[in-house]
Ligand binder design. Structure first.
Ligand code: SAH
Length: 399
C-alpha cells in the first residue's frame, strides 16, 4: 500500500532511501551505468533522456530480463545506432556473472556470482528442490513432461555479502558483514542461473528461496526492489518465492504492508524452543525476542492456504531433544498462526563446535510436532559435499 509502483529501481536504491550507509560504495563511483537492475519504467526514462521513444525501455527490459542478453551489441531489436549510442555513453547490461561453479554429487550446484566491484556471493541451484513439499500446496500437480522438468527446482539466493547476524551455528556468520547487494545483484543471481539451466519462465516452475548469504530484512529496500523486478520484469510468481528472516521486527512489519502481488511467502528462523537458548544461538534474539517476532508476523495477511514457515536447525544434544520439540509445539500452537515447521539437520562447518543430531532424534522431533498437530517436514540436506547446504555459504573456493 505504501509502494509507489512507478518508482524506478536504481541499483543504489538503498542509498537513495538514506539507509544502509555501508552499501555499494564501489557502485557509487559508476552511478547508473548498468542497465540490469533498472525496471522498465526507469529504462524508458533513460531512453527518453536519450531522445528515443519511451517504448524502447520496454524493449530493453525484455531483452535483459526475459531473453537473457548480456551484451548491448547483441540486442538486435534495437537499432545499431542506438546500441552504439548506449555503449558510447558508458552503458552496459551489467548482469552479475557466474564466475565459478561447484557441482555436487546430488545434482546441486553452487555458484560464485560476481557483482560490479568484484566481490562475489553464493547462489545455489537444487534441481529437486530442498524439501519434500517445497511447492505450493494449493497448486495442482501437472503431468505434462515439459512443465515437470524444473517443477521442483529451487534456487537459493543471497541478499548481502557476508552477514551481520552472528548466528553461532552458521558458517556465513564467520565472514562478518561486508556489504548489501543491490537490487540488480539480487535479481541478477536468479536471471543468471535460470539462463544457465535454460529455464523458461512461464513454462518451467522454479521456487526461489531468499535464504542464501545475508539477512534480507536488513537490506529491505534492495531486497523488495529485486522481488518487484523478478515479478514484473522476469515474470516469476511471488507465491513461489520464500524469504527467510532471523527475526528483524521492523522488516517484518514493513513486509506486512506489501501488496500481495509482490509479497513472497515468509519463513522465520526460529532455531530454539525458548528465549534463553535462542539468546545464545542467535544474538539478534536479545534485541527482538520470540514474542516480538511473533507479534510482527501476526500482521502479515496470509493468502488462502498460505502458512508461515518456521525453520528449526537441529543441533545434536542442544536443540534436538523431545522436550525441545514439545516446547516448540506449545509455542507455535499458542501463536494461533497457520504454521508449518521445516526441520534442518545442522550442516557442519570448520570452526563451529556443534554436532549432528542422530537420525532417530530428528524423526522423534518431527513426530512430536506432528502429534501436536504442527505440520513438520525434514528438509533434505543438499550439496553438503560442495559446501552448498544451509549455513555453509562462505564465499569459499576450497569447497
Ligand atoms: N538470514 C536469514 C536467511 C539465511 S539463513 C535467516 O536467518 O533466516 C537460512 C537458514 O539456514 C536459516 O533458517 C538458518 O537458521 C539456517 N542455517 C544456518 N546455518 C545452518 C547450518 N550450519 N546448518 C543448517 N542450517 C543452517
Amino acid at each position: 500500500m505504501t509502494e509507489d509502483l512507478n518508482q524506478p529501481v536504481p541499483l543504489d536504491a538503498s542509498d537513495q532511501a538514506g539507509e544502509n550507509q555501508a552499501s555499494t560504495k564501489k557502485n557509487q563511483e559508476t552511478p547508473g551505468r548498468a542497465l540490469f537492475g533498472l525496471d522498465a519504467k526507469a529504462l524508458a526514462a533513460r531512453m527518453v533522456e536519450m531522445g528515443e521513444p519511451a517504448w524502447r525501455g520496454r524493449q530493453l527490459a525484455e531483452a535483459i530480463y526475459r531473453h537473457g542478453f548480456t551484451k548491448i551489441s547483441e540486442i538486435t531489436t534495437l537499432a545499431k545506432s542506438l546500441r552504439h549510442k548506449l555503449t558510447d555513453e558508458g552503458w552496459e547490461v551489467g548482469r552479475p556473472e557466474i564466475v565459478q561453479t561447484f557441482q555436487s554429487e546430488d545434482g546441486t550446484e553452487r555458484y560464485l556470482i560476481q557483482g560490479g566491484d568484484g566481490l562475489t556471493v553464493e547462489t545455489v541451484w537444487m534441481p529437486e528442490g530442498d524439501d519434500e513439499e517445497t511447492g505450493d500446496e494449493s497448486e495442482p500437480e501437472t503431468t505434462d513432461e515439459a512443465t515437470r522438468r524444473h517443477q521442483r527446482a529451487t534456487l537459493c539466493v543471497s541478499s548481502q555479502v557476508g552477514c551481520a547476524m552472528n548466528c553461532q551455528f552458521c558458517l556465513t556468520a564467520k565472514l562478518g558483514f561486508q556489504r548489501d547487494l543491490t537490487a540488480g545483484e539480487i535479481a541478477g543471481q536468479v536471471v543468471a542461473v535460470l539462463d544457465r539451466h535454460g529455464v523458461e519462465v512461464g513454462r518451467d516452475r522454479v521456487n526461489l528461496v531468499f535464504m542464501g548469504m545475508g539477512e534480507p530484512f536488513l537490506n529491505y529496500d534492495n531486497f523488495m526492489a529485486a522481488v518487484r523486478l523478478l515479478v514484473r520484469e522476469v515474470g516469476l510468481s511471488p507465491q513461489r518465492m520464500t524469504v527467510s528472516t532471523s527475526g528483524i521486527v521492523p522488516g517484518i512489519e514493513r513486509f506486512a504492508q506489501e501488496l500481495a502481488e509482490f509479497r513472497p511467502r515468509l519463513a522465520i528462523s526460529l532455531n530454539a524452543p525458548n528465549d534463553a537458548l535462542r539468546d545464545d544461538l542467535m544474538p539478534i534474539n536479545r534485541k527482538w525476542p520470540i514474542a516480538a517476532v511473533v507479534d510482527a508476523v501476526r500482521r502479515v495477511q496470509l493468502r488462502p492456504h498460505e502458512r508461515i514457515t518456521f525453520e528449526y536447525v537441529l543441533l545434536g544434544g542442544v536443540t534436538d531433544r523431545i522436550e525441545d520439540a514439545k516446547q516448540v509445539a506449545r509455542l507455535l500452537r499458542k501463536t494461533g498462526l497457520s504454521v508449518k515447521v521445516n526441520l534442518i539437520t545442522w550442516n557442519p562447518g570448520p570452526g563451529i563446535g556443534y554436532s549432528l543430531p542422530q537420525p532417530e532424534a530428528v524423526e522423534a522431533f518431527r513426530q512430536t510436532l506432528v502429534d501436536a498437530e504442527i505440520p513438520a517436514y525434514v528438509r533434505k540436506s543438499r550439496g553438503r559435499d560442495i559446501y552448498a547446504a544451509c549455513g555453509q555459504l562462505k564465499r569459499t573456493v576450497e569447497g
